[in-house]
Ligand binder design. Structure first.
Ligand code: GRF
Length: 215
C-alpha cells in the first residue's frame, strides 16, 4: 500500500469558508458547527464578490466576513498571496471552498496542501468544471451526485474524500437535479469536515482512507 502522505489533525479546528454566491453549503457547515457536530469554529468567510449572499449572511451572523476585491490586485498571484495572508493571520486549519468561483493559483494550492477541500456537484472524475448538472442530463447518465475532495492544482482533480450518489430522472431539469444533489452536498460536506477534525482522514497516493473512530 502507498505510504501515508497526510493524516488529518485531531483537534478543535479553525475553518475558513470561501464562497462567491448563495452560500447554502456555508450555512450547512455553520449549522453543523453550531450544533457541535463539527469540532471547529468558523474563523473566516472570504469572498471575491462584495455582494455574495453567503458573505452577507456570514456578516449578519457576526462572523469574520472579508471581501477581497480581485480588481485591487495586478496579478492573480498577488490576489492569492493576499488570500493566504488572511488565512494565515487567523491560523486557519482548513479552507472549505463552497461555490468559490475562482481557480486557486498553483502556489496557493501548494501552500494549502491537505488544508483545502472543495464540494463539487457531480461524481468526479465525471463532469469536472461548470454547469455539470446540465452536462450530466445531456450525457444521459442515470446516476450523478456530489464529491468532497482535496484541492489540488488541477481543477476538480484532488483526492476524493466523500461522495454521494443520486438518481438522474427522465424528467429532470437542471434545477430539479441540482436540488437533489444539493441536499446531499449539505449532508456530506459537514460530514467530511467532521471526520477531518476527528483525525480520521488519511491520504495514501491519491486514495483517501476514512479511519475508524478509535484510530
Ligand atoms: C454547489 O452546487 C457546489 O457544489 C458548487 O457550487 C455550488 C455552491 O452553492 N461548488 P452554495 O453557494 O453553497 O449554495
Amino acid at each position: 500500500m502507498d505510504e501515508v502522505l497526510f493524516r488529518s489533525p485531531r483537534k478543535r479546528g479553525r475553518v475558513a469558508v470561501f464562497l462567491s454566491g448563495r452560500g447554502s453549503n456555508f450555512l450547512a457547515l455553520r449549522e453543523a458547527v453550531d450544533r457541535g457536530t463539527i469540532d471547529a469554529e468558523i474563523a473566516l468567510v472570504l469572498s471575491n464578490k462584495a455582494d455574495a449572499p453567503g458573505l452577507l449572511k456570514a456578516r449578519e451572523s457576526g462572523l469574520d466576513a472579508v471581501f477581497l476585491d480581485p480588481k485591487a490586485f495586478a496579478a492573480r498571484e498577488d490576489y492569492d498571496r493576499a488570500v493566504l495572508a488572511e488565512v494565515e493571520r487567523r491560523r486557519v486549519d482548513l479552507v472549505c471552498l463552497a461555490g468559490y468561483m475562482k481557480v486557486l493559483t498553483p502556489a496557493l494550492c501548494e501552500a494549502l496542501r491537505h488544508r483545502a477541500v472543495n464540494i463539487h456537484p457531480a461524481l468526479l472524475p465525471s463532469f469536472p468544471g461548470l454547469h455539470v448538472q446540465r452536462k450530466a442530463i445531456d450525457w444521459g447518465v442515470r446516476v450523478s451526485g456530489c464529491t468532497v475532495h482535496f484541492v489540488a492544482a488541477e481543477v476538480d482533480a484532488g483526492p476524493i474524500i466523500l461522495q454521494a450518489a443520486v438518481p438522474v430522472l427522465q424528467d429532470d431539469t437542471e434545477e430539479t437535479l441540482a436540488a437533489r444533489i444539493l441536499a446531499e452536498e449539505h449532508r456530506i460536506y459537514p460530514e467530511a469536515v467532521r471526520l477531518y477534525f476527528q483525525g480520521r482522514i488519511e491520504v495514501r497516493g491519491r486514495r483517501v482512507f476514512i479511519l475508524g473512530p478509535g484510530a
